[in-house]
Design a protein around this ligand. Structure first.
Ligand SMILES: [Zn+2]
Length: 509
């Protein structure tokens, strides 16, 4: 029992705080379903007090998740805790996660509170949380830079007030493996009641030590690891779920613990996340990167042919690379399409299956064989469309130097057409879009890649666009790369417009 490690996934909360990684509600729901399928113990769905949209997003995730616990974050303030509890009451297994900083530097400059005030606030916040929901986690923000004895005192207070889980985060990514192992040992030994709660570790990767620190924390007594898919998160990111899980799996001799992750769902989770956020996984990223299992040197290839174990410490299949990819053809019916979508992690209602089917037939006409990745692109594109303020109806480009683009956009029931000149088709089409919507963005990053195999592959475009002082990521996919780029640009533009509209509604908060 004590050797069970709980996986607390915070992709939808901490991960979503990655610059530019914001996900809309539909994307969050799809990601939550995939996390549930992968077997994470807890899904942190968001920070309900942050905005109305965030509050509703947490409710939707809470309602749909079947197996995992669903957590929501709250500062140690009554209004935050009440708001989080209101969102989480829809979950089968809710967890209220409240936090307060414990390091002197945070007390003095950020909170302007004395140590006694912190103790008092933690006791009250945890008691309130516990009166509203059955399971409460308390995090001592910046724990690794806190005075150990004071930290133990705060932890004891939280346990006394009813906390079930105590998290000691390395908020700024500062600690080292030996230091964090000792911190957990010390606090667990000092704080009264420590044996009755689960200790949790939450690490940031500023020095590239997040995974190493998480593993060391486990050796120090932590039994819950907070992490994110692909390691996304604030700044340099968080502990990578896939790395920490596969390190434990591969080195059972060093880490004789169990966790409930279905490892073959790791790569599908990574793909889905990168598709919906536009944060592309580096080729050399452990476990999930395209090259993570590629053997290039002749000597390695020779060894691999003789026996894969010569150079392979885990198999690509064990983490879900190259899963048997049954091809769909024109004759696969709606039921087959719905079944395959659900295997890919998407739960679609009848109306959505109908819409998907139309797009699927269109694609199957262009492309004889439709792979799982093609299908995933279609679904993601369909989902993001549901949220689009402006939708691309038609795009035509002519000539070079300059290029003329004709763009037709749909806005509610209105269809608006514009033409513009530019340096090349993408530039010209962006200018035409800007004429229609009346906002101008600055394209800061532009990546194109083939998302599916073959010459008739789907091109996937990811862009970063700056509007005034805010930056948005946009994604688009199409068998035509210019069209993919324009979908991506329009997607970022729509996010900006949606943001401006939400500001108008919540202008007074
Ligand atoms: Zn964090």
């Amino acid at each position: 029992m004590k050797n069970r490690i709980y996986i607390f996934d915070t992709t939808l909360r901490d991960g979503e705080q990655s610059p530019g990684a914001s996900m809309d509600e539909n994307a969050k729901v799809q990601m939550a379903l995939q996390l549930d399928r992968m077997g994470v113990d807890i899904i942190e769905a968001g920070f309900p007090i942050a905005s109305q949209q965030e509050f509703e997003g947490v409710i939707r995730v809470a309602k749909i998740v079947q197996n995992s616990h669903v957590a929501g974050l709250a500062r140690a303030l009554n209004k935050d805790i009440e708001r989080a509890a209101a969102a989480l009451q829809h979950a089968k297994k809710p967890v209220l996660h409240t936090f307060l900083a414990t390091s002197d530097i945070h007390l003095e400059y950020k909170l302007k509170m004395s140590r006694d005030q912190v103790i008092d606030t933690v006791g009250k916040a945890v008691s309130l949380a516990k009166s509203l929901l059955p399971r409460v986690e308390f995090s001592a923000e910046d724990a690794t830079r806190s005075d150990r004895d004071f930290l133990a005192q705060v932890v004891e207070t939280a346990i006394g007030a009813g906390a079930d889980v105590i998290n000691l985060p390395d908020t700024v990514g500062y600690t080292t493996p030996d230091e964090i192992r000792e911190m957990f040992r010390y606090v667990i030994a000092q704080a009264k009641g420590a044996e009755d709660v689960i200790f949790s570790t939450h690490n940031h990767n500023d020095l590239g030590l997040a995974v190493a620190n998480a593993l060391a924390a486990i050796q120090g007594g932590a039994r819950q690891v907070e992490c994110t898919v692909n390691g996304i998160g604030e700044r340099a990111g968080n502990t990578s779920l896939e790395e920490v899980v596969m390190a434990m799996n591969t080195r059972q001799d060093q880490f004789p613990y169990e966790c409930g992750i279905v490892t073959t769902e790791i790569v599908p989770s990574s793909n889905l996340l990168s598709m919906i956020t536009g944060l592309i996984v580096p080729f050399n990223k452990p476990i999930v990167g395209r090259n993570a299992f590629a053997h290039e040197s002749g000597i390695h290839q020779h060894g691999m042919l003789a026996n894969a174990k010569t150079y392979e410490i885990m198999t690509p299949a064990s983490v879900g690379h190259k899963r048997t990819d049954l091809v769909l053809g024109k004759h696969s019916g709606r039921a087959g399409l719905a079944k395959r979508s659900s295997e890919l992690g998407f739960e679609l209602n009848e109306e959505e299956v109908g819409r998907l089917y139309e797009r699927f037939i269109e694609l199957a006409d262009k492309k004889k064989e439709v792979y799982s990745d093609d299908l995933r692109m279609l679904i993601v594109a369909m989902y993001s469309k549901a949220f689009e303020v402006y939708q691309l109806e038609k795009l035509r480009t002519f000539g070079e130097d300059p290029t003329v683009a004709m763009v037709k956009l749909k806005h509610g029931d209105e269809v608006i057409t514009e033409t513009a000149l530019g340096d090349g088709p993408v530039d010209a089409a962006c200018v035409a879009i800007e004429k229609i919507v009346g906002h101008t963005g600055k394209l800061e990053q532009f990546n194109l890649r083939a998302a599916t195999p073959g010459k008739d592959a789907f091109g996937e475009a990811h862009v970063t666009v700056r509007f005034e002082n805010k930056v948005y990521r946009g994604n688009g996919a199409s068998t035509d790369i210019v069209e993919a780029a324009i979908h991506a640009y329009l997607n970022a533009m729509n996010k900006h417009i949606a943001f401006l509209q939400s500001q108008e509604i919540n202008g007074d908060s």
